[in-house]
Design a protein around this ligand. Structure first.
Ligand SMILES: *Cc1c(COP(=O)(O)O)cnc(C)c1O
Length: 386
C-alpha cells in the first residue's frame, strides 16, 4: 500500500535524532512551509496524487467486489473527483449530501442511506434516480411505499453479533441504526403486499474500526443472514480500521479482498462502502505556533486554529499524529478555543517555538467537515490540493 506520509511523532514514538523534518521533505511539507511564509496558515493540504494511488490499490485488491465511497467521511469536491475514477458509486446519508454529490458527479451511481430520512428526502432520492435506497426500518418503508413511487431498496439489518472492542458500534445490539430480525420480518410483509418497491438485498454497517480479519468474520454473519432471506446482493458497509496511534498500520486490503473472494458465492453481488480508510491519509492540517508556555510544570504550544477546524482529536479522544520535527521535551499542542477540549495532541516529543509550522497527519476524513467552524468566530482555514 502506498504511504502518503513518511513517519509521525506521537506519544510512543522514538524520533530519529537527525534534525528537523527528516529527509527529503515531501510535497505536502514543502507546500506547508510555502504557506507559512506567505502567512496563509492554518490550512488543509490534500495530496490528491496519493489519494489516487491509494484508491487504485483498494480497487485492485477488491476484485469483483463493488466499492462505494461514503461521502460523509469527506465530501470535498476535489477528493470526490479523484475517487470517481476508482469507485463504483457513492453512498450518501442525507438530502444535502445527495444534492452535493450529484452536483459534483452528476452520473455517479448513488446509494442513499442514513437514519431519519424525511419524506422530502425520500422523494428527492427517487427523483434523482438513486441506484439503491437503504431502508432503516418498517416505519420508513411504510412512508416510502406511501409515495406510490418505484424504488430499489436494501434492508439495513442490525444483527446481534459480538463486535468486541471497536471504535464505534452502529449495530450488534440496541441502536437506532437499521432493524433487528423482527423489523426485517415486518418489512418483508410490507413488501409482499405491493410491487413498486423492490427488495434488492441487504445492507449492514455494524461497526467502525475493524481490522481485515474481524471485518471478514462480521461479514460472514451478514452473508449468512442475507442468504437466509434469499437475497443475492449484499452491501457489507464500511468501518475498515485506521490507526491514529500508528498511522503506518494500514487496513490489509489485499487480505480483505482475498477473504471476500473466498466468502462470495457465484451469483452474489458484494459491495462495501468505506469512508475513513479511503480518504483519511491524503489530508494534513497545517498550522503555526502562536505561543509556547509552561503552566504548572507542563509545556504547551498554542497553535493557530484548533478543534473548530479539525474536531477529530476531540471526538475520538486521541492525539492527532504530528509529522516529526526536531526532538524535544514532550509538549501538548492546543488550539485557540477557550475550552480545555481544544487539544490537538498531547506530549508530542518535538521542540516547538512561536512561528514554527506544525503538520497534523490523517486529516483527510472526519476532520474539517465534522467541525464546529464558527465557534469563537476565528477565520476558516485555506484549502490546498497537490
Ligand atoms: C459512516 C458510514 C460508512 C463509512 O464508515 P467509515 O468508518 O468511514 O468507513 C458506511 N456506511 C454507513 C451506513 C455509514 O453510516
Amino acid at each position: 500500500m502506498p504511504s502518503a506520509i513518511r513517519s509521525y511523532a506521537s506519544v510512543n514514538d522514538d524520533i530519529a535524532a537527525d534534525g528537523p523534518i527528516g529527509d527529503p521533505m515531501d510535497a505536502v511539507t514543502v507546500r506547508a512551509h510555502e504557506l507559512a511564509e506567505a502567512g496563509r496558515l492554518p490550512a488543509f493540504v490534500y495530496d490528491l496524487a496519493a489519494l489516487d494511488e491509494h484508491a487504485a490499490a483498494i480497487r485492485d485488491a477488491l476484485g469483483d467486489v463493488e466499492l462505494y465511497y461514503a461521502a460523509k467521511a469527506n465530501p470535498d469536491p476535489e477528493l470526490l473527483r479523484v475517487l470517481a475514477r476508482h469507485v463504483d458509486g457513492v453512498e450518501v446519508a442525507s438530502g444535502g449530501e445527495l444534492a452535493h454529490v450529484l452536483g459534483v458527479l452528476p452520473e455517479v451511481p448513488i446509494a442513499f442511506g442514513g437514519p431519519g430520512k424525511t419524506d422530502a428526502e425520500l422523494v428527492a432520492a427517487l427523483d434523482a434516480g438513486v441506484a439503491r435506497l437503504h431502508v432503516e426500518g418498517p416505519g420508513e418503508l411504510r412512508r416510502l411505499i406511501a409515495t406510490g413511487r418505484e424504488a430499489d431498496i436494501m434492508l439495513r439489518v442490525n444483527l446481534a453479533v459480538s463486535l468486541g472492542d471497536v471504535a464505534l458500534a452502529m449495530g450488534g445490539g440496541a441502536t437506532p441504526f437499521g432493524m433487528d430480525p423482527d423489523g426485517v420480518t415486518a418489512c418483508l410483509e410490507l413488501l409482499n403486499r405491493q410491487e413498486a418497491v423492490r427488495l434488492r438485498g441487504v445492507h449492514a454497517h455494524l461497526a467502525s474500526g475493524l481490522d481485515a480479519e474481524r471485518m471478514l468474520q462480521v461479514n460472514e454473519r451478514v452473508l449468512d443472514h442475507a442468504r437466509s432471506l434469499g437475497v443475492t446482493e449484499i452491501n457489507l458497509g464500511g468501518g475498515m480500521a485506521v490507526s491514529y496511534a500508528d498511522p503506518d498500520a494500514r487496513f490489509d486490503w489485499a487480505a480483505y479482498g482475498k477473504g471476500l473472494a473466498g466468502l462470495r458465492r457465484s451469483g452474489e453481488t458484494l459491495r462495501i462502502e468505506p469512508g475513513r480508510s479511503v480518504s483519511v491519509y491524503c489530508g494534513r492540517y497545517v498550522t503555526r505556533v502562536i505561543d509556547v508556555k509552561r503552566v504548572h510544570g507542563r509545556l504547551f504550544a498554542v497553535v493557530a486554529g484548533g478543534t473548530h477546524h479539525i474536531r477529530t482529536p476531540a471526538t475520538k479522544g486521541h492525539s492527532q499524529p504530528v509529522i516529526p520535527g526536531t526532538p524535544g521535551e514532550p509538549i501538548t499542542i492546543s488550539g485557540q478555543l477557550c475550552t480545555p477540549k481544544d487539544q490537538l495532541a498531547e506530549n508530542v516529543p518535538i521542540a516547538l517555538e512561536p512561528g514554527d509550522v506544525v503538520e497534523f497527519a490523517m486529516a483527510g476524513a472526519y476532520a474539517w467537515n465534522i467541525s464546529h467552524h464558527d465557534f469563537l468566530m476565528h477565520p476558516h482555514p485555506e484549502f490546498h490540493y497537490l
